[in-house]
Design a protein around this ligand. Structure first.
Ligand SMILES: NC(=O)c1ccc[n+]([C@@H]2O[C@H](COP(=O)([O-])OP(=O)(O)OC[C@H]3O[C@@H](n4cnc5c(N)ncnc54)[C@H](OP(=O)(O)O)[C@@H]3O)[C@@H](O)[C@H]2O)c1
Length: 247
């Protein structure tokens, strides 16, 4: 495939919420955007139709970020179909709240598997197919900087781990000119935060100095910027976008 072919951005966890906004934004930026989902085939197919309706190209791939083979297969499908990989965004994440005396082992394992192990394995699978000078973006959380409420210890652990992972990988990948950065959203209007219920969402919104949640498009805009050539000197950074919550 010639170097003139359309650039390809693979988004892990792209079917809903922040991931879906990133898929749409990168497609608007001119990328072909394969993305993974785990359960919501309906949402994934709707997003593909939306992107194609707007003149872009996207592909939905079922792949569980908790499964190493699924992650490798998603990368394989991307290369088979599009022949190149320029940008990788690892957005898939799960949040299970609970105080330490009430956290089931399954919730602990699921969050570690998807939010930490899955991020590392996705990047490990993608790297051999990326050209020098590529871009990797993880989606962490501002909770790595400040929790603010009880019951989030496991989720906070996973997002702090991603911030550390990105620093280490930035050094590993610098010789190849591949940058890796971690976008840390604050409360953002998606299904994940909707799970807190109205009372929980009001509580969290009131903790934000700007007194509102982010829209997923606002997070996608920062990812779009990091993917550009002009952002090539940013690496190993955790960029918090949270309306001042963590200050
Ligand atoms: N919303 C917030 O306030 C907020 C704040 C800070 C950070 N974040 C982080 O931002 C990211 C996106 O959050 P969101 O609010 O957009 O969440 P969301 O609305 O719950 O959407 C989660 C997305 O991740 C996918 N996903 C979940 N588990 C997966 C797995 N095992 N394998 C593959 N894909 C999986 C889902 O796929 P399906 O559609 O198939 O389920 C969906 O596309 C997460 O990493 C989250 O921790 C969110």
């Amino acid at each position: 495939m010639s170097d003139d072919s359309r650039k390809v951005a693979l988004v892990f966890g792209g079917s809903r919420g922040i991931g879906a906004a990133i898929v749409s934004r990168l497609a608007d930026d001119g990328y072909t955007v394969p993305f993974t989902y785990v359960s919501r085939e309906d949402a994934a197919n709707d997003l593909v139709a939306k992107v194609r309706g707007a003149g872009g190209d996207a592909l939905a791939i079922k792949a569980d970020s908790a499964k190493k083979d699924d992650l490798a297969a998603a990368v394989g499908t991307t290369i088979d179909r599009f022949g190149r990989l320029d940008v990788v965004v690892v957005n898939a994440g799960v949040a299970r709240m609970g105080l330490i005396d009430a956290v089931p082992l399954e919730d602990l394992d699921l969050q570690l598997d998807v939010n930490v192990r899955g991020v590392y394995l996705a990047i490990q699978a993608a790297l051999p197919h990326m050209k020098d000078g590529g871009r990797i973006v993880t989606i962490g959380s501002n909770i790595a900087v400040r929790s603010g409420f009880p019951g989030a210890s496991v989720y906070q652990t996973t997002k702090a781990a991603v911030a550390g992972m990105v620093k280490g990988l930035a050094l590993d990948l610098a010789p190849r000119g591949i940058t890796i950065n971690n976008v840390q959203p604050g409360p953002t209007r998606t299904d994940m935060i909707g799970a807190l219920g109205n009372e929980g969402m009001d509580m969290v919104t009131n903790m934000v100095p700007l007194k509102r949640m982010a829209e997923p498009d606002e997070i996608a805009g920062l990812v779009s910027y990091i993917a550009r050539n002009e952002a090539g000197y940013i690496t190993g950074a955790s960029l918090t976008i949270d309306g001042g919550f963590a200050l």
